[in-house]
Write a protein of this length. Structure first.
Ligand SMILES: CC(C)=CC(=O)SCCNC(=O)CCNC(=O)[C@H](O)C(C)(C)COP(=O)(O)OP(=O)(O)OC[C@H]1O[C@@H](n2cnc3c(N)ncnc32)[C@H](O)[C@@H]1OP(=O)(O)O
Length: 257
């Protein structure tokens, strides 16, 4: 498939997707979301890909949903076209996705980053949910995911005032896993992705599924779910290989089996 609003590359076992609408600060329009979904589909079904990195430009990861595209919508059109719902493809991808964020991650841009499995931030990153300033509200998980990341008080302040958070505050609040110098962002994201992609893919996928379950269930149910998957890893050749390699003091050779 030819892409016009994103760049898609395979770097070894890592799938790299770069949002590429620089003139609009990577504003997320329907075409971009459709291309992003197609790229995610292709990486999800590609056995050689073990991890995905999603990034933007130096100035903007993404400045939100495309305001110019949304502006003419009325209620029936937004309801019938299920505006924004296709974005959820990012959160349903079963392979790990790392968001590498530099510059603005606003509105839908912040929500897109939060749909990924973790966020690495450049020291230039700025996160915010400014929809209130446009007479609307977050529509792609901002009130829900941001609240789970940073707690009610900060999420409420950000969604109600539109205030942006810089990278340091985002790290202190638990929104991002790490802050790195902007010049090192992609390299650090790729290093993390390569590390993940070298592990057993089925076990990586089970781990992702289990961590995500923590957001959707009680502690007791989540622990039961984790225990089932933990036991299931003993049905893989990779568990046997990993433990045998440790005992034999050699590097494991995982075969995703
Ligand atoms: C998901 C849901 C439900 C909702 C949303 O996401 S709503 C959108 C939320 N995002 C915003 O409100 C941010 C809007 N953008 C800005 O406030 C500013 O662009 C900025 C603070 C991010 C950067 O300001 P700066 O002065 O550096 O750059 P601009 O001249 O303002 O922008 C450059 C260029 O990009 C266009 N742009 C920026 N953001 C968007 C956007 N979200 N949708 C569409 N277009 C956007 C901007 O219009 C300008 O293009 P033109 O020069 O052609 O007007």
């Amino acid at each position: 498939m030819g892409y016009e609003t994103i760049r898609v590359e395979k770097r070894g076992k890592v799938g790299l997707i770069t949002l590429d609408r620089p003139k609009a600060l990577n504003a997320l329009n329907a075409q971009l979301i459709s291309e992003l979904s197609a790229a995610l589909d292709s990486f999800e079904t590609d056995d050689r890909i073990g991890c995905i990195v999603l990034t933007g430009s130096e100035k903007a990861f993404a400045a939100g949903a495309d305001i110019k595209e949304m502006q003419p919508f009325d209620y029936p059109k937004s309801y019938m076209s299920d505006l924004i719902t296709p974005w959820e493809r990012v959160s349903t991808n079963r392979k790990p996705i790392i968001a590498a964020v530099a510059g603005y991650a606003l509105g839908g841009g912040c929500e897109l980053a939060m749909m990924c499995d973790f966020i690495l931030a450049a020291d230039t990153a700025k996160f915010g949910q400014p929809e209130i300033t446009l007479g609307t509200m977050p529509g792609s998980g901002g009130t829900q995911r941001l609240t789970r990341f940073v707690g009610k008080s900060k999420a409420m302040e950000m969604c109600l005032t539109g205030r942006m958070m810089d990278a340091q505050e985002a790290e202190r609040s638990g929104l991002v896993s790490r802050v790195v110098p902007a010049d090192d962002l992609l390299e650090e994201a790729m290093k993390a992705a390569e590390k993940i992609a070298d592990f057993s893919l089925p076990v990586v996928m089970m781990t992702k599924e289990s961590v995500n379950r923590a957001y959707e269930t009680t502690l007791a149910e989540g622990i039961r779910f984790e225990r089932r998957l933990f036991h299931a890893t003993f049905g893989t050749e990779d568990q046997s290989e990993g433990m045998t390699a440790f005992i034999e003091k050699r590097a494991p050779q995982f075969r995703n089996k």
